[in-house]
Write a protein that binds this ligand. Sequence first.
Ligand code: PGA
Ligand code: ZN
Length: 431
Amino acid sequence: MDTTIQRLHAREILDSRGNPTVEVECTLACGTFARAGVPSGASTGVHEAVELRDGDKKRFGGKGVLNAVTNVNKEIAAKVVGMDARDQALIDEMMIALDGTPNKGRLGANAILGVSLAVARAAATAAGIPLYRYLGGPTVHRLPVPMMNIMNGGVHAHWQGADFQEYMIAPYGASSFRQALEWGAEVYHALQSVINKKGMSVGVGDEGGFAPHVSSNHEPLELIVEGIKAAGLEPGRDVGVAIDPASSGFFEDGKYRLRTENRNLSSQEMVDYYEKLVNDFPVVLLEDGMAEDDWEGWKLLNQRLGGVIELVGDDLFVTNVERIERGIRENVANASLIKLNQIGTLTETVAATRLAQFNGWGAFVSHRSGETVDSFIADLTVALDTGHLKTGAPARGERVEKYNQLMRIEEDLGSAATYAGKEAYVRPVRF
Ligand code: PGA
Ligand code: ZN
């Protein structure tokens, strides 16, 4: 098999929100063809790698990605064509050097990531092995707990619902991934009935979760617990919950502004608020409890809750080894979110994950609120043995494609497959 890269071709496609994004195709000399789609966030961290947008207001309100597409087709292709697709680290390193900025702002992290992922998939296809095995080796076999985001708020619901962005269910009590997904879908539908019966809207947010008007940020948790019970499952024992408030989105002038509750909280008060939630509900994981530059608030949060639940930094760490290193040094969390497009290459994403894991931290793989049907993160999660991932509700094509891919992987592994279950988290499940 000649795995020399013969052609790279990018185009502008639409993501799940109807915004443009980059898709890249890679053809090898042996004829192998592979394609990758690049996701896009809405509550993006200020420290993320730069997603190159055209800024031409005449197209897609300035959100076009034709410059990123041209960067792949011209500048990046000129260097990458002729390289061996199996040389992932070399190719990623070359693109980082070619870009020449610290944040991939010249060529665009969206351009670079599309190439990085298309090349990896092409190499796996040429080798004739599934992507998760190509990335993770022959010994990987553990399926993650699917952390399904079934109620949406914040910017993902245009600030019409809760201030907190994501309310996830964690079916860690299931005995397989397939059963976990089944439970998740059952809870999702039971929750729909619960919400419907209360006369609330069953319209959904960007990640497929329900997004009704609520009068507090704990109300969604009450609804979810009701949904879990209505599905015949036990909250805590069978299914836990997790929250991503995405608090950078409501951190204003040094205060956490909870619009639905008409309150402004200090970092200390916000920590008290979370502690009450952890005591009142079966919360196993809290992501971005504090804002992306509120390092002092994070320290407080970790002192109070870091021994009890998994505390994940998303906007805080942006899948960046330098920021994760600081987090470890200053002891502000115990897990890092992992998003490919926050850093822009596969190699750097793996490095960030390994840094977390080698330090006894959790690594939590994530989709973005703007997605394509590309299921790369499903394979990546298994390859990196992260034990859990979040990729939205068990509904909407771009979300379920990742969960469906994990069912295919579970089937492919056969009796070798195990399910992470309650071992998925960096802090043991309390129930
Ligand atoms: P985003 O949200 O993709 O809109 O950034 C996801 C998250 O905050 O985890
Ligand atoms: Zn987040």
